[in-house]
Write a protein of this length. Structure first.
Length: 310
């Protein structure tokens, strides 16, 4: 974790504690393949958004050949999210305000949220226009609402037990999050307002991303007795790729110490690898073949990856 503000997270009647159910099997690593020229042409630039902690959180945009650009400073609040376009940051204050910053403008988009609960981070819509967040107290499962970045158009999307570290699928259909008790991951269908528990995940304390269509989810799984942490956004984690329909854990075909994975809007998966001087990003196509490798900025080595920009 980047910074632990609480030893225990209280979420209504749920408490984030050490994991207790039976542990699941570890993710296997398959051999890598090679790319054809057509797939390799769809390269990412290396631009991305990261968050680091030093006397408060700072969310910055990094682009190759340029100095990092500060997008927002949420202070000690670990409840933040960067928009997919890399221009905006949303965070929840200790007093329960949902703040949105774009450039020099800061807007209060919603009020009455639960601040001071690290895992209750907001989530940006794929078009970077709306923010989803948990509005506690409406029902036992936790109600998920959405509001425009300017504070207009608030409405309820549905209820789910998976209220922590929400991730929105690139097509806008699903939101996924883990339970405040760490007992599983839930996927909310924003069209129907109903949620279902994801198969194959007994325990988890982070959801990184969903694939287009919401079929595959990247999570940080836990084993029985693991320290579940305080719910803050992790600067790194060992990713597990899960099929939400079958519960099958899919091998991530990259050699090296994997410290994250992130779905792109076109279905490719970007895997983050730890390095001695700096980390690396490896792009896999829809068939699991390596199509691109590039270095992360050295300044982002010990920071959390929030968004990968095209």
């Amino acid at each position: 974790m980047m910074h632990k503000t609480l030893a225990v997270v209280t979420l209504g009647a749920s408490v984030l504690l050490a994991a207790t159910p039976a542990a699941a099997a570890a993710v296997s690593v398959a051999p890598v393949g090679t790319a054809d020229d057509a797939t390799a042409a769809r390269a990412i630039s290396g631009a991305a958004v990261y968050a680091g902690y030093q006397r408060g959180y700072t969310v910055s945009r990094h682009r190759p050949g340029a100095a990092p650009s500060t997008l927002a400073k949420p202070g000690d609040s670990p409840q933040f999210a960067a928009s997919p376009d890399g221009r905006k940051v949303a965070w929840i204050t200790a007093g329960g305000l949902l703040r949105v910053r774009e450039g020099a403008k800061v807007t209060t988009a919603a009020r009455g949220l639960q601040g001071g609960t690290p895992c209750l981070s907001p989530a940006w819509s794929p078009d970077s226009r709306r923010v989803a967040y948990v509005h506690v107290g409406r029902n036992p499962a936790g109600s998920v609402s959405v509001v425009n970045a300017d504070g207009t158009g608030e409405r309820v999307l549905g209820s789910t037990r998976g209220v922590c570290h929400l991730a929105w699928s690139p097509d806008g259909r699903y939101l996924a999050g883990y339970a405040g008790t760490t007992a599983g991951v839930y996927r909310l269908d924003v069209k129907t307002g109903k949620a279902a528990k994801v198969k194959g995940v007994a325990l988890a304390n982070h959801v990184q991303s969903l694939s287009p269509g919401g079929r595959y989810v990247v999570v940080r799984t836990l084993r029985a007795g693991d320290d579940a942490g305080d719910g803050s956004w992790p600067e790194w984690f060992t990713p597990t790729l899960v099929d939400t329909v079958t519960g099958r854990r899919l091998p991530i075909a990259v050699k090296g110490r994997q410290i994250g994975a992130f779905h792109l809007a076109d279905g490719r998966l970007v895997v983050r690898l730890a390095g001695s001087g700096g980390n690396a990003l490896v792009v896999l196509d829809e068939r699991g073949r390596v199509v691109q490798r590039l270095s992360e900025p050295v300044a982002a080595k010990n920071q959390a990856l929030l968004q990968i920009l095209r």
